[in-house]
Design a protein around this ligand. Sequence first.
Ligand SMILES: *[C@@H]1O[C@H](CO)[C@@H](O)[C@H](O)[C@H]1NC(C)=O
Ligand SMILES: *[C@@H]1O[C@H](CO)[C@@H](O)[C@H](O)[C@H]1NC(C)=O
Ligand SMILES: *[C@@H]1O[C@H](CO)[C@@H](O)[C@H](O)[C@H]1NC(C)=O
Ligand SMILES: *[C@@H]1O[C@H](CO)[C@@H](O)[C@H](O)[C@H]1NC(C)=O
Length: 166
Amino acid sequence: METWQRRIVAMIFLALTCARSVSAVRILVGGKERWNPNVNYTEWSSNQHFYVGYWLYFVYDRRYYSVLEVNRTDYESCSTDHVIRNITHKAGRDVVQLNESRTYYFISGGGYCWSNMKLSVLVENNPPPPPPAPAPTENGSPPSRSLCRILATVVAWTSLVFYILI
Ligand SMILES: *[C@@H]1O[C@H](CO)[C@@H](O)[C@H](O)[C@H]1NC(C)=O
Ligand SMILES: *[C@@H]1O[C@H](CO)[C@@H](O)[C@H](O)[C@H]1NC(C)=O
Ligand SMILES: *[C@@H]1O[C@H](CO)[C@@H](O)[C@H](O)[C@H]1NC(C)=O
Ligand SMILES: *[C@@H]1O[C@H](CO)[C@@H](O)[C@H](O)[C@H]1NC(C)=O
């Protein structure tokens, strides 16, 4: 491929990456600790922001743990008697979308809630107008949103120019 062709491919690739990061923020629960016993998820979540539309990504050993959505009472008492939603579908790699502005409560079954496998997240309505630092995703930070917007514009114009020329 010639240099200009390579540049265009690179630009399209970046634009696609951008589109993905803007439309779907996926937060790896626990960061590098993942979903495991003896992690302080209260501390972990207090360092994050959760907005409506974000996804939580739980990665864990499916032989022992699970992900159950419960209400506040059951979160506090580690009870699995009235599970609201059992998120354990793909066994070990489960996602859940936070589509309402409220506090969500998740615990693990199997008694591991007693070893601190319990997470509460306060989901806020919308990111404040000046874009905040991009939320961490599985592989670190996505490209910043303003950079994405500039890129999208450049790609749109480039495509238009090529369309006219060819
Ligand atoms: C987890 O961290 C929070 C905030 O730092 C602290 O208040 C709490 O005592 C910790 N919980 C445990 C079980 O260590
Ligand atoms: C959670 O559900 C249980 C059982 O339905 C109920 O007794 C309890 O009041 C609920 N707690 C909250 C905070 O809604
Ligand atoms: C949740 O779903 C998993 C996988 O289907 C199942 O093994 C587990 O028993 C369920 N737990 C509860 C509390 O419903
Ligand atoms: C949120 O998602 C759940 C399950 O994915 C769905 O049942 C519910 O209707 C959704 N709520 C909103 C406000 O979109």
